[in-house]
Design a protein around this ligand. Structure first.
Ligand code: SAM
Length: 226
């Protein structure tokens, strides 16, 4: 099935609220666990950047997991960052977390390079997916752990409906619609492989990790030249 684009930013307040209030405890904690299991030797010392951080739950969980880490979360949506700031104020690790409003690519960030880069569910929003990989390539310190997770494109619209009914049965309509649209906008692992190779990120692995998710992970290359 051809990719069907959805808007990049989730800047509608109702949409941001529905997303921020949804229960992503299990997938978000799994993201943190994957970070730990894929990079068991990474201590968390230094600075980590979360691209497309949305309401900030993963950024805050990572800050809690890695007590030496300074965490920056970047998102283009002011509405999402309003919820992220509220969550930050309520978190014991909030003092080590900074949320920044800006776009991938090109945002002004507090640092020019990071000791770890993560992103969850941003890739499928991007109309030009290569900007995620070139940004990671430019911002990651050599050897920095990189973990990106996203949805995988459904095989057909019927398949997307099936996935929404299976995994978002009791969710509000606004979230079900977002999920459906995202399943049509997402990439297949083979497409991501091509994107990674084109960005000079051959060393990163991409794999399907469920019937609807893919993961990209590995360490950033030594040279930042792209
Ligand atoms: C599906 S949400 C994921 C949020 C968060 N990573 C999570 O897992 O809960 C995608 C986020 O990416 C943001 N986004 C999309 N395109 C962006 C861009 N080009 N630059 C910055 N943020 C972007 C949206 O505003 C939205 O908050």
């Amino acid at each position: 099935m051809q990719r069907v684009l959805e808007p990049e930013l989730m800047d509608d307040l109702g949409q941001a609220r529905a997303y921020a209030e949804a229960d992503f405890e299990e997938p978000n904690q799994s993201f943190v666990e994957l970070m730990r299991s894929h990079f068991p030797h990474w201590s968390g010392s230094g600075a980590l950047l979360d691209l497309g951080c949305g309401p900030g739950d993963i950024a805050l969980r990572l800050a809690e997991q890695y007590p030496e880490c300074e965490v920056h979360g970047l998102d283009g949506s002011a509405a999402m960052l309003e919820f992220a700031e509220r969550a930050r104020a309520a978190s014991a690790a909030g003092a080590r977390v900074t949320f920044v409003q800006g776009l991938v690519p090109g945002a002004r960030l507090p640092r020019s390079r990071y000791d770890a880069l993560v992103s969850n569910s941003l890739l499928h929003h991007l109309h030009q997916p290569e900007v995620l990989w070139t940004s990671i390539r430019a911002l990651a310190a050599p050897g920095a752990p990189v973990l990106v997770m996203d949805l995988m494109r459904a095989r057909s619209t019927d398949h997307a409906v099936e996935l929404v009914d299976t995994y978002a049965a009791g969710e509000p309509e606004i979230l079900r619609t977002d999920f459906y649209n995202s399943l049509l906008a997402a990439f297949e692992p083979e497409e991501v492989r091509v994107q990674l190779d084109a960005a000079g990120l051959e060393a990163l692995r991409v794999e399907a990790v469920s019937d609807r998710h893919l993961a990209v992970w590995g360490v950033a290359p030594a040279s930042r030249t792209i």
